[in-house]
Each structure stands twice: as structure tokens, then as C-alpha cells.
Design a protein around this ligand. Structure first.
Ligand SMILES: *[C@@H]1O[C@H](CO)[C@@H](O)[C@H](O)[C@H]1NC(C)=O
Ligand SMILES: *[C@@H]1O[C@H](CO)[C@@H](O)[C@H](O)[C@H]1NC(C)=O
Ligand SMILES: *[C@@H]1O[C@H](CO)[C@@H](O)[C@H](O)[C@H]1NC(C)=O
Ligand SMILES: *[C@@H]1O[C@H](CO)[C@@H](O)[C@H](O)[C@H]1NC(C)=O
Ligand SMILES: *[C@@H]1O[C@H](CO)[C@@H](O)[C@H](O)[C@H]1NC(C)=O
Length: 264
């Protein structure tokens, strides 16, 4: 019995000591050529070193920039806050390697998205950019109506709460009534936009997830946007103690109403 418990704990912990960068969800490269490959590579290298040092000092979101006679490089990285610092840095390392592999040294920008983190660089400022292409990425397992109902409520909570949270980050989970299953979700915005910008971004992302959930009836969905990330799944992807307490942030919602009914 003890053996089984230990094995189970190792399996669970193992699942969470993971940079979550094994599947490339989205990538893209600029088509614009740089003025000088040598100079631009130097700016990019310095920007990436700066970003990595910031993550290694326990940050989960970082921007950096370099400028010189041959142009500029602006870089941004964000890890999901449920990762450990070591996993966040590991995710960044995989992303930095992949972005060089995907985007040739003579182009002005690139972006790489994993579940655990994203990395992006451009030759002009984009830190407060909200409107750009967005991508939905749905799973391939069929969701039941009870599951869909739980996801609806989970997504709506996360959409309301995340813009109010420090670091624009929240995780949550909900049980699926009578199905003995649980749905897990995360919403996170970049920290260089406003609260309103975060709300607007999550509204667009919510639309992508509705497509996964209702039109395609999938148990998994992700939405990737320049300023936010929104995901749900029936597979746990963060540790239990990384679940955010959303109650204080849902005061205007259904929750406070049902609380009133309980207390009065
Ligand atoms: C980036 O690399 C991955 C894996 O090698 C590949 O699947 C993807 O199509 C590439 N994307 C671009 C934009 O080059
Ligand atoms: C930039 O970094 C890459 C990968 O680490 C390395 O191969 C290259 O020599 C560096 N270039 C410059 C100009 O620093
Ligand atoms: C990362 O942080 C650790 C512990 O704080 C430190 O020992 C290490 O030198 C740092 N690495 C880099 C590349 O900054
Ligand atoms: C569903 O997707 C997973 C990975 O995303 C893959 O390993 C699996 O083979 C797919 N299953 C089907 C039935 O397509
Ligand atoms: C969460 O739990 C893991 C494993 O039990 C532990 O290593 C970690 O320090 C905990 N984190 C927090 C924030 O309590």
C-alpha cells in the first residue's frame, strides 16, 4: 500500500516537474530582413541573456531590449506561474534554441509558444500590443455535456478573476457533476498591458475556447494571443497547491449572490 502511494506521489510530482515545452503549439517568424546579421545577432544574444537572467532571479515575466547603429531588438518572455523557477528557465532555454532554429538569423522577429512559456522578439516595440493574430488549438477527445457545463463556469470565473489578480494570472479547477472527473484551467496576461487590455484579450481568447468546447466538443482547448494565454483540460497540468483562490475576485458574480442566500 505504502509502495503504491509513494509510486503515485512520484508519478504526480514527476508530472509537475516539467517545463511543459514538449509540444510546440505555435511559431512564427518575421519576413523582414535585418540590416546587418552580425550586429542583429549580437543584439538578440544580449537580449536573450538579459531575459534568462531575469527568469533565473525568480521572475515569471520579463522584457529586455538592445539598440545600436544597425537597429533594435525587443524581447519578451512569460512562464506560467505554476512552474518552478528551474522549469521556467528550462522552458525558456528550449524556446530560445527553437526560435533560432525556426527563424533564420537574417529576419527581424520570431515567436514560439509552448504550454509552459512563450518567447517573442521584434525590431520595434510591442510590449503593450493587444491586437494581432490569435490561435485556437483544440484537443481530440470528445467532451460530455456535463463536462461542457463545468468548463463554461470555470472559464467564466477565470475570465473575470485573472485581470484583477496580481500578475494577471489565475488557475482553477472544477468537478464535473456525477462524472468523477475534474476540469483544470489557467488564464494569464502579459504584465505590460492594462487591466482593461487583459479583459479584452481574454474575451477574444474565450471565444476561441468556446469553439473548442461547444462547436468541436473537445476536452482540451488553448487560445494563444499576443497579450494572453487561456487553457482548459481534463488532465491536471498544475500542482494542487498552485490553485488560485478566486472567491475574493468574483464578488460581482454568481458566487456572492449564492453566498447572500446562504447568509441571510
Ligand atoms: C518551426 O519548427 C517546427 C519544428 O521543427 C516546425 O514544425 C514548424 O513548422 C516551424 N515553424 C516555422 C514557422 O518555421
Ligand atoms: C549568439 O548566440 C549563438 C547561440 O548561443 C552563438 O552561436 C553565436 O555565436 C552568438 N553570436 C554572437 C554575435 O554573439
Ligand atoms: C541562476 O540562479 C542561481 C541561484 O540563484 C545561480 O547560482 C546561478 O548562477 C544563476 N545562473 C545564471 C546563468 O544567472
Ligand atoms: C490525440 O492527440 C494526442 C496528442 O495531442 C495524440 O497523441 C493522440 O494520438 C491523438 N488521438 C487521436 C485519436 O487522434
Ligand atoms: C507545492 O507542493 C510541492 C510538492 O508538495 C512543494 O514542493 C512546493 O514547495 C509547494 N509550493 C507551495 C507554493 O506551497
Amino acid at each position: 500500500m505504502l509502495f503504491i502511494v509513494v509510486w503515485w506521489m512520484v508519478a504526480i510530482m514527476g508530472a509537475f516537474s516539467d517545463p511543459q515545452a514538449n509540444r510546440l503549439i505555435h511559431s512564427g517568424c518575421s519576413k523582414v530582413k535585418v540590416e546587418s546579421v552580425t550586429e542583429s545577432t549580437k543584439y538578440l544574444n544580449d537580449t536573450l541573456l538579459d531575459l534568462r537572467a531575469q527568469l533565473n532571479s525568480s521572475k515569471y515575466f520579463a522584457t529586455a531590449q538592445q539598440a545600436g547603429a544597425a537597429g533594435k531588438v525587443f524581447g519578451m518572455v512569460q512562464c506560467r506561474k505554476y512552474l518552478s523557477t528551474a522549469d521556467c528557465v528550462a522552458c525558456f532555454d528550449i524556446a530560445a534554441k527553437q526560435i533560432r532554429r525556426n527563424c533564420s538569423a537574417d529576419v527581424t522577429g520570431g515567436r514560439i509558444y509552448y504550454d509552459g512559456c512563450f518567447l517573442r522578439y521584434e525590431d520595434s516595440g510591442f510590449f503593450d500590443q493587444n491586437w494581432d493574430a490569435h490561435y485556437g488549438d483544440c484537443g481530440n477527445q470528445t467532451a460530455s455535456p456535463a463536462y461542457q457545463a463545468s468548463v463554461e463556469s470555470l472559464l467564466s470565473d477565470l475570465q473575470i478573476a485573472s485581470p484583477k489578480m496580481p500578475g494577471f494570472f489565475a488557475t482553477s479547477k472544477k468537478e464535473v457533476v456525477a462524472k468523477n472527473s475534474v476540469v483544470y484551467g489557467v488564464a494569464q496576461c502579459v504584465e505590460t498591458i492594462s487591466k482593461t487590455g487583459c479583459q479584452e484579450c481574454l474575451t477574444v481568447a474565450y471565444g476561441d475556447l468556446q469553439t473548442c468546447l461547444l462547436s468541436s466538443a473537445n476536452t482540451d482547448g488553448r487560445s494563444i494571443n499576443p497579450a494572453c494565454f487561456f487553457r482548459y483540460s481534463d488532465t491536471p497540468f498544475f500542482a494542487d497547491n498552485q490553485t488560485t483562490d478566486l472567491k475574493p475576485f468574483l464578488r460581482n458574480g454568481k458566487l456572492s449572490f449564492s453566498r447572500l442566500l446562504v447568509f441571510y
